[in-house]
Design a protein. Structure first.
Length: 94
């Protein structure tokens, strides 16, 4: 990541102001348009998962957190597992 990836930066700003729909859209555009490396791809899926978790879309959040885990989201690896567990609990999948 060069530091100038606009969709990434917009997504982070949207996260900070709880604009989860916008954040999901920005990180999805980041993935599709900017073709990030595996580590940044994982981080983007982590943030998409957070957005879906906050919107109570637990099944979709599980999918996103799993993608983050499978691509080894180094900065948020533990949190991806933790938040996926919250989703499983909310769906009573334990």
């Amino acid at each position: 990541m060069s530091g100038f990836d606009s969709n990434w930066n917009i997504g982070i700003m949207q996260y900070e102001v709880d604009d989860f729909e916008g954040m999901i859209d920005s990180f999805t555009k980041y993935i599709n348009e900017e073709k990030p490396s595996k580590n940044w791809l994982a981080e983007a899926y982590y943030f998409i998962g957070l957005g879906n978790l906050n919107l109570n879309r637990f099944g979709t959040a599980i999918e996103n957190f799993t993608l983050a885990i499978n691509n080894f989201a180094s900065h948020n690896y533990f949190f991806a597992f933790f938040n996926r567990g919250i989703c499983f609990t909310e769906l009573e999948l334990y």
